[in-house]
Design a protein around this ligand. Structure first.
Ligand SMILES: Nc1ncnc2c1ncn2[C@@H]1O[C@H](COP(=O)(O)OP(=O)(O)OP(=O)(O)O)[C@@H](O)[C@H]1O
Ligand SMILES: [Mg+2]
Length: 403
């Protein structure tokens, strides 16, 4: 195929683009920014992104001018997945199916299954209506961003009518799978893991928001938070990401797209997309993490289907908070930590975007909640140790740990 990066972004038309299907809702038909009508494509292609200076000074935390992506042929990816065999299927979303594949670590050429590095290969479903734009956006944004809390895009394929994306493989799958799939073989996520995941995802969003030309993620939800082997959270799916408002502007006006249950009210009502619209989505996910319930679930009784509308009043009330927390983690958290997490959720879900915290503030709050948990664990251990010293026979096991 041999497409270079710049030619990729100056080729807006593709025979597939009109026949592709999307899992997302979309409400209006205008696609413009407050600074004039521009497509997603030309905005990012204009090179107006911060070239890596400013606050992004770590090696793993940067925006690159020219992405270092491998361009794969369809044949290579077919071979890496054993011909897209069904036993390599990892999952399926609105974009298409995701397969597990194997590549040589150095050359990224296809390797025999079980050798080299494992990757996740997303293959566009030809019926997806927004697929081509989402594919471009993913390459444009994710191809240029590098941060420990963003999934790494390794390369892409555009071979005739086949569009694919190749990512690092994240062995624990999505947060959605862990929170909502009631699989008796999978332990429910512990409180500590939940807060760790929330903090990691918040850091990913904070990074996007802090670049000189802010990036609005627009599709923050549990299925787009992937987990590595140590439950480090990484944001995936930049198909709906947009550059933030120009200097002096508060928002971008755009076609309303996103996922029901997560999208901010001002965005749904007006098409005005703020950086703080992402903070609302974060609040919804935090609520899912606390309650273990989906943002939207049509199987719940009328009046309870939209989680925010149903549960929000209980977040103000200390007694009621206990009733909505996920029962599977009941004994694992200090009430003080849960209360602070509920208060943070409420702030993120503020109706007026100006009243929501920045993602940097959200990260700081979550770090504070993690610290409460550590402190309460420490004080529990201290109490156990002192009880063991006073009553060694009754606390044999605790005493053993002391000595
Ligand atoms: N990099 C990856 N590593 C491991 N598994 C992945 C990776 N990317 C995706 N998956 C798996 O594939 C599934 C489908 O992902 P995909 O992003 O296509 O859809 P989704 O997020 O579930 O839905 P949506 O289309 O609304 O984004 C995920 O649930 C996840 O289990
Ligand atoms: Mg996804």
């Amino acid at each position: 195929m041999g497409l270079c990066f710049s030619s990729l972004f100056s080729s807006p038309s593709n025979p597939n683009s009109s026949s592709l299907k999307t899992p997302h809702f979309s409400a209006t038909t205008t696609a413009s920014t407050s600074s004039g009508v521009k497509s997603q494509f030309s905005e990012i292609g204009s090179g107006s992104i911060d070239g890596g200076g400013g606050s992004q000074n770590q090696d793993e935390d940067k925006i690159v001018e020219r992405p270092n992506l491998k361009v794969f042929s369809f044949g290579e990816l077919k071979s890496a997945t054993k011909g897209f065999r069904s036993d390599t299927l990892l999952g399926e979303g609105g974009f298409g199916k995701v397969y597990k594949g194997w590549l040589d670590e150095k050359t990224l050429n296809p390797a025999k299954s079980g050798t080299g590095i494992v990757v996740a290969i997303k293959k566009l479903n030809q019926e997806s209506t927004q697929g081509f734009q989402e594919w471009q956006s993913e390459v444009n944004f994710l191809g240029r961003l590098s941060h420990p809390n963003l999934v790494k895009l390794l390369g892409y394929c555009w071979d005739d009518d086949e569009l694919l994306l190749v990512y690092e493989f994240l062995p624990k799958g999505s947060l959605e799978n862990h929170l909502f799939r009631r699989n008796p073989n999978i332990e429910p996520l512990s409180w500590n893991a939940r807060i760790k995941i929330a903090t990691g995802a918040a850091r990913g969003l904070a990074f996007l928001h802090s670049s000189e030309k802010q990036i609005i993620y627009r599709d923050f939800k549990a299925s787009n938070i992937l987990l590595d082997g140590n439950y480090n959270a990484k944001l995936s799916d930049f198909g709906l990401a947009k550059l933030g408002p120009s200097a002096g502007e508060s928002h971008v006006t755009t076609r309303v797209m996103g996922t029901y249950g997560y999208a901010a009210p001002e965005y749904i009502a007006t098409g005005h997309l703020y950086v703080k619209s992402d903070v609302y989505g974060f609040g919804v996910v935090l609520l899912e993490i606390l309650t273990g319930m989906r943002a939207l679930d049509t199987k719940r009784p009328t009046g309870q289907q939209n989680l925010v509308e149903w549960v929000k009043p209980n977040l103000y009330n200390k007694k009621k908070l206990k009733t909505i927390m996920d029962a599977r983690i009941e004994s694992q958290y200090s009430f003080k930590a849960a209360l602070q997490a509920a208060q943070l959720t409420l702030k993120c879900l503020e109706h007026d975007p100006r009243n929501r915290p920045s993602m940097k503030e959200v990260v700081e709050s979550l770090e504070g909640i993690e610290a409460i948990q550590d402190k309460s664990k420490e004080s529990k251990n201290r109490k156990m140790r002192s009880a063991a010293i006073q009553h060694p026979q009754q606390h044999g096991r605790a005493r053993q740990r002391v000595t």
